[in-house]
Design a binder for this molecule. Structure first.
Ligand code: FAD
Length: 592
């Protein structure tokens, strides 16, 4: 099922902060091929027919039902997207995998279980396994005969996962690794057959192991009583002198962190995509309900405050979707122009675009939280009732800001990775900051203002990048290698980075679609305008915590100059987007 090649030029990870990009160079949903769409359609039909009717029973944890549902997905080839064809998978390209994830994510519990086996449960073996391990496990994971789980977290080690206490020692006869310890919060743990378990060899060397269900001394605890994604399985695991065959060590002793973190990189991107699927579903339900519900003699969809909610939900989904498909396009271009070993190449590419993956995760989870919250509000009291769709969606959404690296950790990673790339010379942030300093010293420029349909947005985008350089430059100069200790400043910088990526991706997509006066252009404009306000505020917060006295006064004056943007009637823009939503009762920019 390998389908596409993407012709766009390859951008380096994080380069969006400094390198200009033309609309034609970004991948958008309009570039998705018919074959790729077909994969999404198959997934959507599968969920509608096979999964949605099971939801009431899945929510009650009916014994064996989620495992059965996953196996059905395996039977029609949906679990093998990340597995090479020679091991029985469908080896989907990044665009198809994105479309598939989005369409599978209508019911969060299934999406999480699906990602647990076919994503983070599969990647360690597909990317780091030996030939024997791949032959033994991958075909059966692809078909759903074996279901997988990824086991990193422990009761005392979540974000700080390398503080794991689970140990592995070689048995005296050298045949087995003897595991002792406990894992916590393991998705699919209640029914999985294959567990990717991280443990420290001799209590020191962090390593990865493949552990099979039924291993003596390995027991599965009771299901956790969760706030949301109740249909998914989440359990603790216990290892008491559990012998794991020596050949089940994954990758190398002491290199388990490479397996763990590369897998999470992939998981983060996918999680963002899954959140986009959930956000679209929330918008669809909210739109439909708002048209049907009557108050004060008219449909509530006619009220300005309801339109504002629907419009803003669609605008934020549009920004998220624009970032996601742009990222998918860059990844796919890099994978397809790389070496023959696509799985290895995928790992390198995920590392290259780790910044964009973290952005996708944070933006996706926060967009979904916004959409389910506003969606629930549109349902009023019925939003608070479990018989209506928003209550479950609201509960299910919350976990996304916590797993696959909390949003706090991902915000810090974004800046950490940018700085690392800048220091290594892979990203020319330092020359760009120096150039900006020179520009600011020289005073206001009298360049010809740009013209055209998006002239003001174009100017704002360029200025937003400079605002980042101004605030980040000041923070790096002051705190140098201690910047990471100033987390609130790092988070403010990270928020600017995310908004810059979102503004640019949204704007370029609208420009590429040549839709200057369409609701899509309205969405791009509205998002960009509000994002500029946020960027200015975040930069002010960061600068005020970085500088003082005359230096601060000068920097704030520079910030005001850079962040200046002409007023826009965002109420009118949001209304037009809302009307586009209401006209179809769904997210209006699908496939465009
Ligand atoms: C439903 C569910 C399913 C899960 N599935 C899996 C799974 O399949 N496999 C798996 O291995 N794990 C899984 N997890 C675990 C999940 O990845 C962790 O819960 C998560 O990484 C956070 O770890 P923690 O819960 O220990 O919180 P902590 O790490 O204790 O964090 C608590 C708070 O402190 C903040 N914090 C922590 N460190 C820092 C820091 N350095 N700077 C600033 N703030 C910080 C966090 O952002 C958070 O707000 C799952 C969890 C849940 C709830």
């Amino acid at each position: 099922m390998a389908t596409t090649t993407v012709s766009q030029s390859v951008n380096r990870g994080g380069a969006f902060l400094v390198a200009p990009i033309a609309p034609a160079e970004i991948f958008t949903p309009a570039d998705v091929t018919d074959d790729q769409r077909l994969i999404g359609q198959t997934a959507a039909e599968f969920v509608a027919k096979e999964i949605v009717p099971l939801i009431p029973d899945l929510e009650k944890h009916k014994e064996g039902l989620m495992a059965q549902a996953l196996k059905k997905a395996g039977e029609i080839g949906l679990l093998g997207a990340g597995i090479p064809e020679i091991y029985g998978g469908s080896e989907l390209d990044k665009i198809s995998a994105t479309v598939l994830t989005e369409k599978i994510s209508v019911y969060a519990s299934f999406a999480v279980a699906f990602g647990g086996t076919s994503g983070i449960g599969t990647i360690p073996i597909a990317s780091f396994g030996t030939e024997e391990q791949k032959r033994k496990y991958l075909p059966k994971i692809a078909s759903g005969e074996l279901l997988a789980a990824y086991c990193l977290s422990e009761p005392q080690a979540g974000s700080d996962s390398l503080a794991a206490r689970t140990r592995a020692v070689l048995s005296p006869d050298g045949k087995n690794w003897i595991l002792n310890g406990q894992k916590m919060w393991i998705t699919n743990g209640g029914f999985a057959d294959v567990y990717i378990v991280f443990a420290k060899v001799d209590g020191e060397k962090f390593s990865a192991f493949i552990v099979e269900r039924g291993t003596p001394g390995f027991t599965v605890g009771a299901e956790e009583n969760k706030m949301g994604i109740r249909g998914s399985s989440t359990v603790p695991l216990f290892f008491e002198n559990a012998p794991v065959p020596k050949e089940n060590l994954l990758h190398e002793i002491g290199r388990g962190h490479i397996v763990a973190f590369n897998t999470l990189n992939a998981g983060r991107y996918t999680l963002g995509v899954s959140c986009m699927g959930g956000s679209k579903k929330a918008l669809q339900e909210a739109s439909k309900y708002s048209r049907e519900r009557v108050a004060f003699g008219k449909s509530i969809s006619e009220f300005g405050l309801i339109k504002a909610k629907l419009g803003e939900m669609a605008i934020r989904i549009y920004a998220l979707e624009s970032m996601i498909y742009r990222t998918a396009g860059m990844m796919e271009a890099a994978i397809s122009t790389g070496g023959a070993d696509k799985v290895k190449q995928s790992m390198l590419v995920l590392e290259e675009y780790a910044i964009e993956s973290s952005i996708t995760k944070v933006a996706g989870s926060e967009t979904l939280d916004f959409c389910v919250d506003e969606g629930l509000q549109i349902f009023g009291g019925y939003g608070f009732h479990e018989d209506y769709p928003m209550a479950r969606a609201y509960r299910d959404s919350r976990i996304n800001r916590i797993f696959e690296g909390t949003n706090e950790i991902n915000r810090m990673l974004i800046i950490q990775m940018l700085m690392k790339r800048a220091m290594a010379g892979a990203l020319p942030l330092i020359p760009a900051a120096k150039k900006l300093a020179g520009e600011l010293l020289a005073g206001p420029s009298f360049e010809e203002p740009s013209t055209g349909a998006f002239a003001e947005e174009e100017r704002s985008l360029a200025q937003a990048k400079k605002v980042f350089l101004l605030a980040a430059g000041a923070a790096v100069e002051k705190f140098r290698d201690k910047l990471a200790d100033h987390q609130e400043i790092v988070a403010a910088l990270s928020n600017i980075v995310m908004d810059v990526y979102a503004i640019e991706s949204s704007l370029r997509r609208a420009q590429k679609s040549a839709a200057a006066n369409s609701p899509m252009a309205d969405a791009a404009r509205s998002f960009g305008y509000d994002a500029m306000d946020r960027i200015e505020k975040e930069a002010r917060t960061a600068l005020a915590a970085t500088s003082e006295g005359d230096a601060l006064v000068t920097q704030l004056a520079a910030l005001r100059r850079l962040a200046k943007h002409a007023p826009v009637d965002t109420i009118a823009l949001r209304t037009r987007v809302a009307e586009a939503v209401l006209a179809q009762d769904r997210y209006p920019f699908e496939g465009r």
